[in-house]
Structure formats: structure tokens, C-alpha cells
Design a protein around this ligand. Structure first.
Ligand SMILES: [Zn+2]
Length: 586
């Protein structure tokens, strides 16, 4: 492709609102433009990458027996009412009415459509298993679209649905899909981990999130934090990571010191009191007050240097929303300012308040702990669990830290953290949808059975952004060969020069013959501009044609590490192939 016949409107600066490296580079490299919040246009260069990713996915889905279909995106409400999701999906579902005032929605996912199709089509166990998949636009009315195409309101997705005669077969197939997903993301050049996940709004028995990660990079975006072990295979969303406690509670109370009140004027934080008393934060008990959406009051106790994991807390309580009580509310309930609350003798001033005290397991093992004295400007020393206070329950509600043991192999110092971008999600659904939509088939004994289902998604547009987010430098994008929009950037220093033009055209024709996708920069621009754009667009290899090189020789440069070779034209194809193999294995 000649650049003058193509369209790559590169920009020196990204629009100010771009909040991630990938969105900046996608704008600057002329891959995307924005129409409205969370709604993007894909320009020719961007679309080439999107289509490369799509083709990799298609090949791997076909390889495990997937059948491609195309399902509508405009969906009548009746099938959504059948599964109940019309009511529980909330505001993320784009809803609309037709001219007859009938309710519709724009597809955020297609379990209902496919289950409706299948219940009318497949009748016998002999037709099973079957997996159908599609590529298409999906819609989600995000409360806060951000990170460019990563969290958009309209996005491009591959969704797949499998139907099985029993649980056993669904599980066998789930593993096949899992392997296919690993292949897909490896072929896209992504570093990722598959994390066991909660099933959320889609529901079902178990599921995995495929997260693109980048360790040691604080700027890496991603809405989830992943913890993983460098010794064993353990990985989890930080929200779910269980904390292992290696100490057993100390039960001998007689060795502990007597309770002692200390004057701590105006010192409200663990840090202030810990400095003042010269005691480490791990000797403290933090006392936090939460209010649930059920209006109940929860007092949460946790070791001074730990943080509460609100996801775990909500699970323990069994409610959806919880928030820290404001200073005013705390004073109203307990008559004591925030900062001086503690577990010993804590009571609401008014009996009408229902208070439940939930302690993290970490408090059990602190001997002679320090906490608020439930008295303004005072703290209490030598507090011991069971001797001085009781709680309603002791559970794991803290955030895992780098100092924790691996929950699986119990190794110390082997946990690492990374932000993660979710690019794929697999669910073993069971009969959740087939049951609610009464989708059945006849088994070997002629009995009606519900289909056992699985569903499997990949955010195709998200994969593109995640690949850029993971592989870039200060000059631009660094494409992995299989998804790169072109393989070679052919850069004549001066296309008006007779020798350079002839050699460039010769190379271009040769590359075409060998099916090496090439972008020829035939613009009448200064070399500096061309070099900058070549780096920004980030094709795996650059070939420079210049008079400074020996006759019929070219400069071959790898974008990844800047390695340069001077290559004779007759060995060029061979050298390109060698480099591609190197880059794919990198
Ligand atoms: Zn481990």
C-alpha cells in the first residue's frame, strides 16, 4: 500500500481528553477518532488491526468446532423479560421503543437471542454439542466511559455460546475454549493471566477473566488489580484474593499487660498516634464505621497497617452497597469523634441503632493492641481480644498485600500485583438460561433435558488497545507481527531521487510478490517526518532506502529494539522472515 493512496492522518499531539497511553497513540497514529463520549470511529489503519485480531479469533474458534452466525443487535424486550434480565440489568442497558411503543434494547450480550434460536432449532442429543459465535457491535451505557476504546459505550466483540447434553460435556468443552483463548491472546502478542472470577450479571457456575497485565509499570491502565504468584500458578482479582493467616490467636490472657488509658490530644489517625507513642502501626486496631444500603451500622475492626476490602465485607454482610459513615453520622451514633473509637466498650448512645461488629482475622493476633478509648482525646493501650472485648464475627475482610503468603503455595515474598485490562471472559453457565427460557432437547431415553450452556466473550476492540497499552515506547506503538496493520514500513529517504525511487519500487514489488504486507511512504516529506511517523505507527520492521548505503543495499530496522542491519537486496526476504520469527518468539 502506498501511503499517498491510503489514509493515515497522524497527529503531533493527542486530544487533551485522552486519558491513557493507548488512546493517545491511537489518535496520534490516525487509527481512531471520537464521535461522542465512549463512541469511536475506526479509520483504515485502525480497522486493519481490528480485522487481524478478528481473523485470529475466527481461526481459533473454527479450530474448536465453532460455527459463525450473525445475530441481531436490536432486541425485543420479551426474551429479556423471560430471563428476568430486563429488570435486573439496570441503566447500562440501552432501552428504546419502536413506533408501536414496544420495548427494545441494544444488545450488550446475546444469551437470550441464542437460547431463543436454539430452543426452536435443536431437538435431539444427537445434534449436540454445538458452539455458535459471532462478531458484532455491543452496547453498554457506561456511567463513565473512559480509557478510549477500552471502556466504550459501543464496542466490537466476539461472543460465543455452546450447548451440551450434560455438565460433563460442558466442562470438557470449557477447557477447550480456555486453551483456544490462550492461543488467541498469545497470537496477539499479549502477556496475560487467566483469573478465576465472579460471575456477575451474567451468572453461572464458574468463570475466568483473561487479563492483560504489565508488571513494574505504575502507569499501566486497567480497572482491576490482579495479584499473582511468581512461584506457583495462583492468580486472582485483588477483590477476591483470600488472605492466609499464618499465626494462631494467642489465648493465654494472664501474660498480657493491664489496660492503660493514654492522653492523645487531637490525634486521630493511626499514623499520628503511632508516631506519638512510638509504636508500629501493626500494634493498632483501626475502628471503622460503615453504613449499608439496608441502613444498618457496621463497626469494622482491622489491624492498623491493613486496609478493608469492601468487596469481601459486602459479601460477608450480604448486601450490595456499603459506605464509610461520615464524621457527623459517627458522632451522632456513638457520641465520640472519629479517631477515638475503639473495640473496648463501644456502644451506640441510642439503643435504636443496630450495630454489628465485624473483625478482620488480623486483630486476633495482636498482643497488647492500641486503639481508641471511646473517649475524646484518649487512646487505650494493652487491648487483648477476648479478654477486653468480643465481636459478632471474625472473618477475612482485608486487602491482600505484597507481604502476604501466597494463598495457594503458601510461599512468602512471591506475590506480585499488576493492573489488568480484561480482554476475555469465559463462563460455564449451566442451565441458568435454558431453564428460564425452557430450552430443552430429547436425551438418549427420549426425556426432555435442559441444554447445559457455556458462553465466551472477547473484546476485540479492547484487545487492540490492550496490545498498544502493553507494547509502546516514547516514540509510539510497537506492533506484534500477527496483528500489525502492515509488516514493513518502506521508507525512501527521497522518493524524487531516480536511484532511490527505482530501488524502492523494486523492493516494493518484491515484497508484494512474497506477500509481505508493506506500507510505502511515497510522500514528498522530509526524512525526519517520515522516520517519526514510522516509529509512531510502529510496524515491526522498517526498510530505509538511501544513497548512503552500498549499491542495492538497504537498511533493515526492528521497531522493538532498534536493531539495524544493512542487507543486500537478494537476501532481504530471508532476513525479513528471520526477524519476524524472532519477534514472534520474543
Ligand atoms: Zn504461590
Amino acid at each position: 500500500m502506498k501511503l499517498t493512496e491510503f489514509y493515515i492522518p497522524t497527529l503531533r499531539e493527542a486530544p487533551a481528553e485522552c486519558d491513557t497511553v493507548s488512546s493517545k497513540l491511537m489518535f496520534r497514529a490516525g487509527m481512531i477518532r471520537k464521535l461522542a463520549s465512549g463512541i469511536y470511529e475506526w479509520l483504515p489503519l485502525g480497522l486493519r488491526v481490528l480485522k487481524n485480531v478478528e481473523n485470529i479469533i475466527r481461526e481459533e474458534m473454527n479450530a474448536i468446532g465453532g460455527l459463525e452466525v450473525w445475530l441481531p443487535h436490536l432486541l425485543p424486550s420479551n426474551i429479556w423479560i423471560e430471563t428476568g434480565r430486563w429488570y435486573i440489568y439496570g441503566k447500562e442497558l440501552f432501552r428504546l421503543k419502536d413506533r408501536k411503543d414496544a420495548d427494545f434494547c441494544l444488545s450488550p450480550t446475546a444469551e437470550e437471542v441464542i437460547t431463543d434460536l436454539i430452543r426452536n432449532e435443536l431437538r435431539s442429543y444427537r445434534q449436540l454439542p454445538k458452539m455458535f459465535y459471532q462478531f458484532g457491535t455491543k452496547f453498554r451505557d457506561e456511567i463513565r466511559p473512559r480509557f478510549g476504546v477500552i471502556r466504550a459505550r459501543e464496542f466490537y466483540m466476539k461472543d460465543a455460546y455452546s450447548f451440551h447434553k450434560d455438565e460433563q460435556d460442558a466442562e470438557r468443552y470449557y477447557k477447550e475454549v480456555f486453551e483456544a483463548y490462550c492461543k488467541i491472546f498469545r497470537r496477539c502478542g499479549l502477556k496475560f493471566i487467566a483469573v478465576e472470577a465472579t460471575t456477575g450479571a451474567i451468572g453461572g457456575k464458574f468463570s475466568h477473566e483473561f487479563m492483560v497485565i504489565k508488571d513494574e509499570d505504575k502507569n499501566f491502565v486497567g480497572e482491576e488489580t490482579i495479584v499473582y504468584c511468581t512461584t506457583c500458578s495462583y492468580s486472582a482479582n485483588i477483590e477476591k484474593a483470600e488472605c492466609v493467616y499464618n499465626e494462631t490467636p494467642k489465648k493465654e490472657t494472664k501474660l498480657f499487660k493491664e489496660l492503660q488509658e493514654v492522653y492523645t490530644p487531637n490525634m486521630k489517625t493511626v499514623e499520628e498516634v503511632s508516631n506519638f507513642l512510638n509504636e508500629p502501626a501493626e500494634k493498632f486496631i483501626k475502628t471503622l464505621v460503615y453504613i449499608g444500603n439496608n441502613k444498618e451500622v457496621y463497626v469494622v475492626l482491622i489491624r492498623g497497617d491493613y486496609e478493608v476490602n469492601e468487596t469481601k465485607l459486602k459479601e460477608v454482610i450480604g448486601i450490595n452497597e456499603i459506605e464509610l459513615a461520615s464524621h457527623e453520622i459517627v458522632e451522632t451514633i456513638f457520641g465520640i469523634p472519629v479517631g477515638f473509637l475503639g473495640p473496648v466498650g463501644l456502644k451506640p448512645i441510642n439503643k435504636s441503632y443496630q450495630v454489628r461488629v465485624i473483625a478482620d482475622k488480623s486483630i486476633m493476633t495482636i498482643p497488647d493492641a492500641i486503639s481508641g478509648a471511646n473517649k475524646t482525646d484518649f487512646h487505650l493501650k494493652n487491648i487483648n481480644y477476648l479478654r477486653d472485648y468480643m465481636v459478632d464475627e471474625v472473618v477475612d475482610i482485608r486487602k491482600i498485600t505484597a507481604d502476604d503468603l501466597c494463598p495457594k503455595c503458601k510461599n512468602i515474598n512471591s506475590l506480585k500485583f499488576s493492573k489488568g485490562i480484561e480482554v476475555g471472559h469465559t463462563f460455564k453457565l449451566g442451565v441458568k438460561y435454558s431453564k428460564s427460557m425452557n430450552a430443552t432437547f430429547l436425551d438418549e431415553t427420549n426425556k426432555e433435558q435442559y441444554f447445559v450452556m457455556g458462553c465466551y466473550g472477547i473484546g476485540v476492540s479492547r484487545v487492540v488497545a490492550a496490545a498498544i497499552e502493553q507494547n509502546n515506547d516514547e516514540n509510539g506503538i510497537i506492533w506484534y507481527p500477527e496483528i500489525a496493520p502492515f509488516t514493513v514500513y518502506l521508507l525512501p529517504i527521497d522518493y524524487n531521487d531516480k536511484y532511490i525511487k527505482e530501488l524502492t519500487d523494486k523492493v516494493y514489488e518484491m515484497l508484494k510478490r512474497h506477500k509481505v504486507e508493506t506500507l510505502l511512504d511515497d510522500r514528498d516529506e522530509r526524512p525526519g517526518v517520515k522516520f517519526k511517523d514510522a516509529d509512531l505507527i510502529g510496524l515491526p520492521l522498517r526498510i530505509t532506502v538511501s544513497k548512503k548505503l552500498p549499491s542495492e543495499h538497504l537498511e533493515l530496522r526492528r521497531r522493538l529494539d532498534g536493531k539495524v542491519e544493512v542487507v543486500y537486496i537478494n537476501t532481504l526476504i530471508e532476513k525479513i522472515q528471520e526477524n519476524i520469527v524472532y519477534l514472534k518468539n520474543f
